[in-house]
Design a protein around this ligand. Structure first.
Ligand SMILES: NC(=O)c1ccc[n+]([C@@H]2O[C@H](COP(=O)([O-])OP(=O)(O)OC[C@H]3O[C@@H](n4cnc5c(N)ncnc54)[C@H](OP(=O)(O)O)[C@@H]3O)[C@@H](O)[C@H]2O)c1
Length: 289
């Protein structure tokens, strides 16, 4: 049986590992810290500890030729290059190449689309540095594919929500939101649906292809926060003009406010055959409260 390794076996990876183990597959998770390895052991997921920033210290047998590899480790927090992915691909020269890599990227690589509906044919124009790092990772993997004959499927993921992954702390602080008329569009996916998408990408994804992972129903960021507040029984935050709200939020949130797009998931449904359990936020929130 082909072994599967999940590089960056955090929340999404752990859920996927548990699903694959339940089907009788051989799975290992790769994490950076001993604490995370202990967390995986506690839920029955075998793991290996290795920091992708240390290419010269990779333990023997970390990756073996012919494995299926899910790459879920985020890039480093600085710069416009993803050294983690570059180092990972460098390891294959010694270990042999995986059969297929499924990579979680971000829909941030599309940059600002001024609220337009887009699909995977939209040219990328990553603006934020975090999105430039993701684009670097995608290109590193596609170049590896061309050189090695190995397979790559890229999953561009929208905002992930689910149990323990809602902006409740922010809502409790009462931080302002952008008034609806000026609020940018955002896109989401429930974490369990993302696991289904990654599984399908390995099984049925076309080699070299990109798939957007989001639900059927983009909404403005303000609608999202208000829906979560209502579901959680929290007071609705104040609504301010964009310029005023931008001045009061973190730099990270400001960069999200600068981008607006509505993302189609048609390819996900039609080519990968994914049926979402939570096709819109209302369905997802019903399951969480
Ligand atoms: N948040 C969103 O809405 C969103 C949207 C699009 C894409 N994504 C991406 O989706 C992916 C999966 O998300 P998630 O929630 O499962 O992430 P997560 O829980 O933060 O897990 C990330 C994993 O990567 C490992 N990792 C980080 N740096 C590493 C390094 N230098 N070497 C080895 N392992 C390293 C971590 O190990 P340790 O725990 O040991 O540090 C952890 O196991 C991430 O890449 C995330 O950035 C997120």
């Amino acid at each position: 049986m082909t072994e599967t390794i999940i590089v960056g076996c955090g929340e999404v990876g752990t859920r996927l590992a548990q699903r694959l183990l339940a089907r009788g597959e051989a799975v290992r998770g790769l994490v950076r810290s001993i604490t995370s390895a202990a967390r995986l052991a506690a839920v029955g997921v075998p793991s290996v500890v290795y920091d992708l920033m240390t290419p010269d210290a990779a333990p023997a047998g970390l990756v073996t030729a012919g494995v299926d590899l899910f790459h879920f480790a985020p890039p480093p927090e600085q710069g416009v290059l993803d050294l983690h992915t570059r180092h990972l691909v460098g390891l294959f020269a010694h270990s042999g190449n995986p059969r297929r890599i499924v990579y979680i990227s971000t829909t941030g690589v599309y940059g600002d689309c001024r609220g337009a509906w887009i699909d995977e044919t939209q040219p990328v124009q990553p603006q934020a540095e975090r999105s430039q790092r993701r684009w670097d990772a995608e290109q590193t993997l596609q170049h590896w594919r061309e050189r090695s004959g190995g397979e790559v499927v890229i999953v561009r993921v929208a905002g992930i929500y689910g149990p323990g992954r809602l902006p409740l702390a922010r809502l409790r602080q009462g931080l302002p939101l952008v008034r609806p008329a000026e609020a940018p569009y955002s896109n989401r996916i429930h974490v369990e649906d993302l696991v289904t998408v990654c599984d399908a990408a390995r099984e049925r994804g076309v080699d070299g292809a990109v798939y957007n992972a989001c639900d059927d129903a983009p909404s403005t960021m303000t609608e999202y926060f208000l829906a979560v507040a209502a579901a959680a029984g929290l007071p609705a935050p104040p609504l301010l003009p964009l310029a005023e709200a931008s001045a009061q939020v973190s730099a990270g949130m400001r960069s999200y406010l600068a981008e607006s797009r509505r993302i189609s998931n048609r390819k996900l449904r039609e080519e990968l055959g994914v049926v979402l359990q939570y096709p819109d936020l209302a369905a997802g929130l019903r399951s969480l409260f």
